[in-house]
Design a binder for this molecule. Structure first.
Ligand code: SAM
Length: 454
């Protein structure tokens, strides 16, 4: 049951209809949606569209509703990063980008609260030639973010683990900033009933203070003319419209209006003080969960001087780089670098901004981990198999569904690999490595990611 204080607190909010809102929570019809990985979708040889009976999410290019919730655990496409399971309302970020930056071109993008990675992977797919910094302050939540980014496979996401205030060292560095803020979570009550018990007006207030601090810490990193997107999964005005008015009061921000199609069911609101636009998603009107988003452009402001420090990344020495490049036959536009003794590759265009970032932030993952040199042998990393790098020099074995699932369980499938390292693929989607030895096959799927369910 929804808390009375919660329902009372929403009286007067535009688009809130008490009866239908309560009914939508009581007769919850689960909505499951996925967003395809635009980098990998073209690699797939077959997608059983008919079987899963997909329906397009109208404000997206790659987002689809599923007829029912499948057992994702047993789908190799999920493990290979062919799609991300994401709530439909939050994919509206893509529509905002289509309308505000229709022709993206090497933008620097910050997602300050990125775990588990839903919006960071969306941003990576939209800004294909840009660089997305996916930051997560809570260390424990970094692991799931990194796992999702590795499965996504693109080399245009840098994962950092910093407090938002550390970003003030990078003034005017980003073209786009997303604050998908920690919030009281009422928008997810239908999916996460435990959140109902945790809800309180005090928590709404605590969250609004936290949200203001995150915005205060990140506003200076945005370039003049840049786009600031603020979102929550809360219905409370204290975390939504009131924050928007506070932002317009405090900072040189111009609210941006996003035209809507009436059949989407999204409610456009305007704030009390500045008539700034915001977009509300109510589950009785939209096929999705509760969400709020507002968009701003930054006006001119004076540049704050940057302080200098050394980068923690170094270019790999010529001999090692040549040896690795020979092993992998990497495309020429890649730079091989060393981070904490691991060889990694990133597109040359991202190298300079990455060095800048590494001077000020704790980089947890950048580019694609290639592997390690062990004597004359090269031991490839799992990340490499899941990446978009062509790695044409390595052998590949395409397997059927049963064999793919055995592999993902870290069992030892009997496959006709070629002696040495082989990637295993399902429908053309790489899942990981095996090593074929004279008398056995070793499965290199990461033990911590293996399927445990029967
Ligand atoms: N953007 C993510 C996505 O689409 O998958 C979801 C982000 S979730 C709504 C909010 C995130 O804020 C959580 O990952 C949480 O760990 C993080 N967070 C919590 N406290 C924070 C703080 N003080 N500063 C920045 N982020 C914080």
């Amino acid at each position: 049951m929804l808390p009375i204080a919660f329902i009372e607190s929403l009286q007067g909010v535009k688009g809130f209809h008490r009866e239908s809102f309560i009914a939508a929570h009581e007769q919850h019809v689960p909505v499951t949606s996925i967003r395809f990985n635009p980098f990998k979708i073209k690699l797939l040889q077959q997608i059983p569209f008919e079987e899963i009976r997909l329906e397009k999410i109208p404000w997206t290019v790659d987002g689809w509703y599923l007829k029912e919730r499948p057992s994702f655990t047993f789908d190799p496409f999920l493990h290979g990063g062919a799609y991300y399971v994401q709530e439909a309302s939050s994919m509206f970020i893509e529509q905002i980008l289509q309308q505000t930056i229709p022709a993206p071109n090497q933008e620097m993008v910050l997602d300050i609260s990125a775990a588990p990675g839903g919006k960071a992977t969306l941003l990576s797919g939209y800004f294909k030639n840009g660089l997305v910094v996916a930051n997560e302050v809570i260390k424990l939540r970094d692991a799931i973010l990194i796992e999702n980014v590795i499965k996504w496979g693109a080399d245009n996401i840098v994962v950092t683990n910093n407090d938002p205030q550390h970003f003030q060292r990078l003034p005017h560095f980003f073209d786009v900033v997303l604050v998908d803020a920690p919030c009281s979570g009422s928008g997810l009550f239908r999916k996460d009933t435990d959140a109902i018990a945790e809800w309180s007006l005090v928590n709404v207030y605590t969250c609004s203070v936290k949200q203001q601090k995150i915005i205060r810490d990140t506003i200076s990193v945005l370039k003049p003319g840049g786009l600031f997107i603020y979102s929550t999964c809360s219905y409370s005005m204290e975390e939504d419209e009131a924050i928007v008015d506070w932002m317009v009061n405090e900072y040189a921000l111009e609210p941006v209006r996003i035209p809507l199609q009436p059949n989407w069911g999204i409610v456009e609101v305007q704030t009390l003080q500045h008539a700034a636009w915001g977009y509300r998603f109510f589950p009785d009107q939209v096929k999705g969960e509760g969400f709020f988003v507002a968009v701003f452009r930054k006006k001119q402001e004076n540049l704050i001087p940057e302080f200098r420090q050394e980068s923690s990344l170094t270019i790999a020495n010529h001999k090692d780089a040549a040896m690795i490049a020979e092993w992998l036959q990497l495309p020429e536009n890649y730079r091989i670098f060393l981070q904490e003794n691991a060889f990694r590759a990133i597109q040359s265009t991202h190298w300079q901004p990455l060095q800048q970032l590494s001077k000020h932030l704790y980089i947890k993952k950048a580019g694609i981990a290639l592997g390690n040199l062990k004597g004359k042998d090269f031991v490839p990393s799992h990340e490499l198999a899941l990446s978009l790098l062509p790695i044409t020099a390595m052998n590949n074995v395409n397997v059927d569904l049963d064999t793919a699932l055995q592999y993902l369980r870290k069992q030892l499938p009997n496959v006709p690999g070629t002696k040495g390292w082989n990637t295993i693929s399902y429908c053309g989607l790489r899942l990981g490595w095996i090593k074929v030895l004279p008398n056995r096959i070793n499965n290199y799927y990461p033990v911590e990611w293996r399927i445990l369910k029967d």
